[in-house]
Design a protein around this ligand. Structure first.
Ligand code: SF4
Ligand code: SF4
Length: 107
């Protein structure tokens, strides 16, 4: 006998791809969420792991070289903890501005 479907399953955010970018962006905007970009300057990073250990949403993971790899960019809340605590100023966090980019491409 098949199991009855649960009505209370939590909804997951769909993964962002070029195909569904605007759909997901609009959904997040409706929910009042913002998206952020994480930039790592690998030449300055000494691989201390502070950003990996203390990011509350586990955006980073350690790569083979010790430099953080961006695992889950859309989970970033923009708290900038990593940016403020990086001892080598090797990280920067910026809000994504897809609307501005779209307008620029349309003209
Ligand atoms: S800004 Fe905050 S949530 Fe985003 S990567 Fe840095 S520590 Fe993580
Ligand atoms: S906190 Fe800065 S120096 Fe340390 S691993 Fe992260 S980016 Fe590299």
């Amino acid at each position: 006998m098949p199991k009855p479907k649960s009505k209370n399953k939590p909804k997951k955010n769909p993964a962002i791809s070029p195909d569904n970018y605007w759909e997901v962006k609009q959904k997040l905007a409706r929910e009042g969420k913002k998206l952020f970009v994480q930039k790592i300057f690998a030449d300055w990073c000494k691989g201390c792991g502070i950003c990996i250990a203390f990011c509350p949403t586990e955006v980073f993971e350690k790569s083979d070289s010790g430099i953080p790899a961006i695992k889950n960019p859309d989970a970033c809340t923009g708290c900038r903890f990593c940016e403020f605590h990086c001892p080598d100023f090797a990280l920067s966090i910026h809000e994504r501005y897809p609307d501005r980019r779209k307008k620029k491409n349309e003209t």
